[in-house]
Design a protein. Structure first.
Length: 95
């Protein structure tokens, strides 16, 4: 997140309280920040609801796995018999 003094993140401490920490962002890519300094490997950070937090707030961690994005339905090719009319094709029959 970016505030008046620069970029920051909320780090989750072992007692489930958060610590607001200044971070250096090297760049942004696809709505993701590339953090250069300020985080250690293995630290948990808040990724949702951080606008409602303040330094030292107690949080509840949602352990449910994130929902996987639903891929768009693939178009299923339909087999066409030789010398037949493909599905959804206009009919040549007059009636």
């Amino acid at each position: 997140m970016q505030g008046a003094t620069g970029y920051y993140a909320y780090i989750v401490k072992p007692d489930n309280r958060v610590e607001r920490r200044v971070v250096d962002v090297a760049g942004m890519q696809d709505d993701m920040a590339i953090v250069d300094k300020g985080l250690a490997a293995g630290e948990k950070i808040v990724v949702d609801g951080q606008y409602r937090l303040s330094d030292g707030a107690r949080i509840k961690i949602d352990t449910a796995p994130p929902a996987a994005p639903v891929p768009p339905p693939a178009s299923t090719p339909q087999a066409v018999q030789p010398n037949s009319t493909p599905p959804n094709a206009p009919s040549n029959k007059s009636g």
